[in-house]
Design a protein around this ligand. Structure first.
Ligand code: DI6
Ligand code: FE
Length: 401
């Protein structure tokens, strides 16, 4: 297939064209066996590729398929009633006593059958797909027991079989303490979380390992025990760090060569330098900031100055970020955090790929998977600019060669 008469936002770091977004006017992309066989200005198209079946895109924009590198789309239930209680004046304590908060999602997730878990996740995945998403990360972390953590990861794998989307799974057993189980945090980490991680890995269910390093979750020392096991199993790590306070999570993540550190509202200068030194991606999650009505902004300027690659993700979860739109996430990254539209697009393409350890998607370059989003827009800044408007024209998903 040859896509031609298109404008290309290649997002390639080393684009020889030197334009923002790696922009190519009047470009063409040749796709063979699910891979990009050639990309460049149409006038340079090699003669050997001129006879491929053609699709004239009428000047539309092609970007890499979008990548949501931080989601919790697999979970039972929702927390709309809690949202409503809060807006009717209920206090945090009243909500907790009514069984609200993360523990309510744990209860609903444990109660959900494998089929129900998949069925409830699919509409969220479909919403992302409708906006050009071709790869997604899905975390466990609402089971907090052996069986349910594995069931969540199997559901994530099943989604990859049921939809044309690449799925990367992340084990997040160290997400919260299952308070209903009357177990202390150290006991939980050593005797539930780590054995579940080993079992999930043995079943081929784990692509990366995550944790929540926070006063209301786990200490750096507890997270380090999980990361040591991840390392011994050859699994990359990532971390929810510095979301509500600064416990030095980013430094811990950097020490383990993490793919990413995520949230980062309370990240300090030392943390920024640690991420820069380790080549770790900063995953920015404006949906949670917005939903929790946070005041503390992640240090975007410092990250930018230090050259830390920034990704943007939905954090789609039932509590702090019930958001299944990467376009709105891009807009929030720009409007709330003053990221540029180009940074926002890098955040959901090349930098999101890096945050997942994927080296064959996220840019339009020869040899990459042919994961493409085709948009009814003229300029790539339009993707982050509008609110509640979806200009996706078509999506093309590549297959491994
Ligand atoms: N950070 C968050 O914002 C969510 N998890 C996390 O580690 C909260 C999840 C929830 O409230 O269900
Ligand atoms: Fe999260």
């Amino acid at each position: 297939m040859l896509f031609h008469n298109a404008r290309l936002a290649t997002m390639a770091a080393d684009a020889p064209y030197g334009l923002p977004y790696g922009l190519i006017e009047d470009g063409a992309i040749a796709v063979q066996n699910g891979r990009i066989a050639w990309v460049g200005p149409a006038q340079d198209l090699p003669a050997a590729l001129r006879d491929l079946p053609r699709q004239d895109l009428d000047g539309r924009l092609i970007t890499p398929g979008l990548i949501d590198c931080h989601t919790h789309v697999v979970h039972g239930g929702n927390r709309a009633s809690e949202f409503e209680m809060r807006l009717n004046g209920a206090s945090y304590e009243q909500i907790a006593r009514a069984g609200g908060g993360i523990v309510s999602t744990v209860r609903d997730t444990r109660a959900a059958s494998p089929e129900a878990l998949i069925a409830s996740a699919l509409p969220r995945v479909d919403a992302l797909i409708r906006e050009g998403v071709t790869a997604i990360e899905i975390k466990s972390g609402y089971g907090l027991d052996h069986q349910t953590e594995l069931r969540m990861l199997r559901a994530a794998r099943a989604i990859a079989a049921q939809r044309p989307i690449q799925v990367r799974t992340t084990f997040l057993g160290a997400h919260a303490l299952p308070v209903d189980d009357k177990i202390d945090a150290d006991d939980y980490i050593d005797n539930i979380c780590i054995p579940a991680l080993r079992a999930a890995h043995a079943e081929g269910l784990v692509d990366a390992v995550d944790g929540f390093c926070e006063g209301i979750a786990f200490t750096p020392a507890q997270i380090a025990r999980v990361f040591d096991v991840a390392q011994s199993l050859g699994l990359p790590v990532k971390l929810h760090a510095e979301q509500l306070s600064n416990l030095g999570g980013a430094k811990l993540a950097a020490r383990y060569g993490a793919l990413s550190a995520d949230h980062l509202e309370y990240l300090d200068q030392d943390g920024v330098q640690a991420l820069a030194g380790a080549g770790c991606v900063a995953v920015i999650l404006p949906g949670a900031f917005y939903t929790l009505r946070e005041q503390q902004m992640p240090p975007i300027d410092d990250l930018r100055r230090a050259g830390v690659p920034m990704a943007l993700a939905s954090d789609c979860n039932p509590g702090s970020s019930p958001l299944a739109s990467l376009l709105l996430t891009m807009n929030m990254g720009c409007t709330l955090f003053r990221m540029t539209p180009e940074e926002a697009l890098r955040g959901v393409t090349c930098h999101a790929a890096k945050a997942l350890g994927l080296s064959d998607t996220g840019t339009l370059a020869q040899g990459m998977r042919a994961d493409l989003a085709i948009w009814d827009v003229t300029h790539p800044a339009e993707l982050a600019y509008r609110i509640g408007f979806n200009p996706l024209y078509a999506r093309h998903i590549g297959e491994p060669a």
